[in-house]
Each structure stands twice: as C-alpha cells, then as structure tokens.
Design a protein around this ligand. Structure first.
Ligand code: NAD
Length: 493
C-alpha cells in the first residue's frame, strides 16, 4: 500500500515491456489495446490500453475517493511525495529517455535532458513556498483571510512533443495543491506518461495520480464529464477552443497552454556567431516542435547578410537522423499529420518562390520516418504563410528590420503570444523592446526556457491561465475568503 509517510526504501523501478492504465492504485491492461508508431522507423511500439468510457468513469470515481485523503494530507507531506517521485524518475532516466526516443523521435541526449528538466520542474514546484492561507486584515474587529483549497478531480491533457516535461508541469502543481490528477497522454505518445503514473504508485495513495491512454475520444470524454473540476490542457489552439467549449457545459475550470509563433528580435550590436548558434538551436531543437521555439527571426538590416549566412551554415551542419544515432540533432517530426502540415508550408514557400538558403548537397535522409532537412527562408513578406502560421517543424523565416517601433509592431502582429525574445548587449535597450512585446514570456538574450518558480502563460490565442509558479499551484485550488468578526455586535443601521 502506498503511503506518503517518510519511508526511505529505495524506489522500485518500473519495467518498460508492458504498459498499463493506472486506475485507483491498480495496473490495468484494458479490454483492448492500440499501438503507436516510432516516428523514425514507423515500427509499432508496444500495445497500450485503449480506454473505454467506463474506464474514464472509474478513474474519476477513484480520484473523487482520493480527494478527501489527499486534501487532508499536510502540504509538506504532499511536497515530499512529489520530490520522491522526482527522485525515482531521475533514477530511471535512461529507461524513460529510451522510451521517449522510440515514441517521440527526439535524439537520446535531448530525451535525457527532457527527463532531467521534468525532474527539475517537479522538485522546483515542490520546493516553492505555498501558503495555503493568506491573512488580508487582522484588526481588533475582524480577521479576513483567503485560503486555497484543492479544486478537486483534475485532468492533465498532454501533447506529443514533450510528453514527460509537460506531464511534470501538471503533476507537481496539482499534487502540491492537494488535487488528484488524471493524466491523458496523446495517442501518439502514451508510453512514458503511463509509466510516470505507475512509478508514482509507490509514493501516493490510490487515485491521487492516475493515467489512461486511448484514442481521440478519450480527451472529450474527460472534458465533458461532470465529475471533473479542472482540465489543464496543453496542445494546439484549435483543440484548446474545443476543450473550453466542452468544459463550459459544467463550468469545469480550464488552464489552456496553446500554440505560439515566437518572434526573436536580433539587435545590431550582437556577436553574430554566438547569437546565430543560439537561434539555430532554439528554432530547430526537437525538430522545431516546441511551443516556445523561435519561429520568426527579425535581424537588424546592418547585420542581416552576415547573420543569415552564419545561421544557414549552422543549420546545415546539424545532423538529421534517428534519435539513437550518435550525434543526431534533428530527429523526425512526430507523426504523419504533422509531416503533412510542415510539407504543406514548405510547398507554399516553393510555390511563392521565396528564397531558401539551406538548399544544396546534404547526406540522404533516413529511408523511413518523418524526416526533413532544416529549411531557412530568406526575408519572406510579413503576410507569407511561413511567417503567419506555426510550422511546428524544422523550418523558419529570417527577416530584416530597421526601425524599433516597426519591428515591435511586426512581432506583435499575430493572434498568438506565447514567447518572444530580444538579443542585444545593451540590456536596457533590449528590455525596452521586450516590455512592448505581447507574449506570456519574454526572454532577453535567451529563449525557450521554463522556470518552475515563474508562471508560464500565453497571451491572446496562446492560452488562458498559467502553469508553474505559485500561481500554477493556485490554479488547482478554489479560493475561499474567511471573514471572521471577533465579537457579535448589534447591526449598524
Ligand atoms: P493537439 O491539440 O492535437 O492534442 C493535444 C492533446 O489533446 C492530445 O492529448 C490529444 O489527444 C487531445 N485532444 C484531441 N482532441 C481533443 C478534444 N476534442 N478534447 C480533449 N482533448 C483532445 O496538439 P498536438 O498536436 O498534440 O501538439 C501540438 C500543439 O501543441 C502545437 O500547437 C503547440 O504549439 C502546442 N503546444 C503548446 C504548449 C504550451 O505550453 N503552450 C506546449 C506544447 C505544445
């Protein structure tokens, strides 16, 4: 029986040969299964449970039963349980990273970094000071305080690009808040998410952290269910709108972390080689499939030609290969539908005869799998699809700017506002530009990083609410104000 009380027993590793739903503290094979594909080889990964509506009902019932137990567990014990889960995940980094390469496609060192970052997020959130009660007024007459009480059964819907870290950004805050969480992984990447919940069974009472895999129906079954108090969704803006619509029927609370089209503004005073390397990495890491990847690069006209030549040479030097190949930097995109989206945008670039700087001799791409060589587009017009749309693939435009107000306007000329960055040695100038950008996170001389202690949020169509930081924990709570009058006095008429 799992317990949160201070056992120092070493965690038992989970095996990666068979995969189970985790419902009410039990491993369940499911009445039927499905198999996702390895995007590098198109070989089938192992069977995973194809959950039914009944599985959803039972998981929600188990979470409901766990709620009073977990809510009554002191915050410090809940934090400790999250830290023990993080330690157990760290101890199995190699197993999780290997499975992550097989299900997501990313190169092994990047998969290991994702597991390490997930561990850091879990620990960072668990180490936050989370005052569950704040005193607003304490006078001889009255004491007014606000408390954060667990919101109840929560569901974390996860996309396929960073399944491990994006599960961690939900597990840490929900569990510290005292709310049970059900993980709903993408059908393309169910495996690591199921194993995280299985690993956590050792540290948590039954029903506190569960996971169910399944097909496209599964997410909707959760969002429309009256037993769910909160849905934390990460995915595309179009699906996010469907989630919000479905949740509106029961006024189920939502946090939405959606798509982005991050601009990076490069000022004339930077060291070109250093910044071009940063930008190439932040644009092409994970084959560009990062919500907060650099997706539009605005370079000052005075350094434009040199910058473009440098970043082109860097991008062309990145090896494209199966994630288990030594030195691979760009793996496949994750699935056939995403391959089609990226191909369509690349075709649009060709159709419009925009200049591509990355053409030329390249080693042949792996025969199977959803591989692309990186593509950089030279100064397309602002209304080009490659500028306006989120590719979520290894292709991005580089554009010229001369006037500060104009580049700010162009960077903000988007429905979405997830991240943005400004690169300059003049920090004051960079901050002046950065503070005008409409984005949930603005980096100066950086991009794509998350901080467990800072809220992560999207402006405009990039999302609603925030994950991480104390605000992220509070998002798994209801707020309650207690106004206590210290003496009963006659009413003032
Ligand atoms: P997606 O929207 O297709 O799927 C996300 C998840 O939603 C999956 O688990 C999917 O099974 C589930 N889902 C699908 N239809 C549903 C429905 N009707 N109701 C409930 N759930 C449903 O997204 P994706 O293609 O997996 O991920 C790529 C997108 O996610 C990109 O746009 C990217 O920018 C965005 N993303 C955003 C963040 C962020 O934090 N803001 C992080 C990563 C990815």
């Amino acid at each position: 029986m799992a317990s949160t009380s201070g056992s120092t027993k070493a965690p038992t590793a989970v095996a990666f040969d068979s995969f189970f739903n985790i419902i009410g503290g039990e491993r369940e094979s499911g009445s039927s299964t499905f198999q996702a594909a390895n995007p590098s080889t198109l070989a089938e990964n192992p069977p995973a449970p194809l959950s039914s509506k009944d599985d959803v009902d039972r998981a929600i019932a188990a979470a409901k039963a766990a709620l009073p137990v977990w809510a009554a567990t002191p915050v410090a014990e809940r934090q400790q349980a999250v830290i023990r889960l993080a330690d157990a995940l760290a101890a199995q980094t190699d197993d999780f990273a290997t499975m992550l390469v097989k299900e997501q496609g990313k190169p092994l060192p990047i998969a290991k970094a994702e597991v390490a970052n997930a561990v850091a997020v879990l620990k960072g959130v668990a180490n936050l000071s989370f005052p569950a009660e704040q005193v607003i007024e304490d006078t001889p007459k009255r004491r007014i305080s606000s408390r954060y009480v667990p919101i109840g059964v929560s569901v974390g819907i996860i996309p396929w690009n960073f399944p491990v870290i994006l599960a961690a950004t939900k597990i840490g805050p929900a569990l510290v808040a005292g709310s049970p969480l059900i993980l709903k992984p993408s059908p393309f990447t169910p495996y690591c998410n199921l194993k995280i919940a299985e690993l956590a069974m050792q540290f948590l009472p039954p029903g506190v952290l569960q996971a169910l895999s399944g097909d496209d129906n599964l997410g909707a079954w959760f969002t429309e269910h009256p037993g769910v108090a909160k849905v934390a969704f990460t995915g595309s803006t179009s699906t996010g709108k469907k989630v919000m619509q479905s949740c509106s029927k029961n006024l189920t609370r939502v946090t939405l972390e959606l798509g982005g089209n991050d601009a990076a503004i490069i000022c004339p005073d930077v060291d070109i080689q250093t910044v071009a390397l940063h930008i190439a990495i932040k644009a092409l890491l994970n084959s560009g499939q990062i919500c907060i990847a650099v997706k539009r690069v605005y370079v000052h006209a005075s350094i434009y030609d040199a910058f473009l030549a440098t970043i082109t040479a860097i991008a062309k030097s990145f090896p494209v290969a199966d994630g288990f190949t030594e030195g691979a930097f760009i793996g496949p995109v994750q699935n056939a539908a995403q391959y089609k989206i990226v191909q369509d945008l690349m075709d649009d670039v060709a159709k419009n005869q925009f200049r591509v700087t990355t053409d030329g001799e390249r080693p042949p791409l792996p025969e199977k799998g959803f591989f692309f060589n990186p593509m950089i587009v030279d100064n397309p017009p602002d209304d080009a699809r490659i500028v306006q749309e989120e590719p979520f693939g290894p292709v991005f435009p580089v554009m010229k700017w001369t006037d500060e107000a104009d580049v700010v306007r162009r960077a903000n000329d988007s429905d979405v506002g997830l991240g943005a960055s400004v690169w300059s040695n003049d920090i004051a100038a960079a901050e002046r530009i950065g503070r005008q950008l409409e984005a949930g996170t603005v980096w100066i001389n950086g991009h794509s990083e998350l901080y467990p202690d800072a809220p992560f949020a999207g402006h405009k169509h990039s999302g609603i609410g925030a994950e991480l930081g104390v605000q992220g924990i509070q998002s798994y709570c209801n707020v309650q104000t207690i106004a206590a009058y210290k003496q009963i006095t006659p009413p003032e008429m």
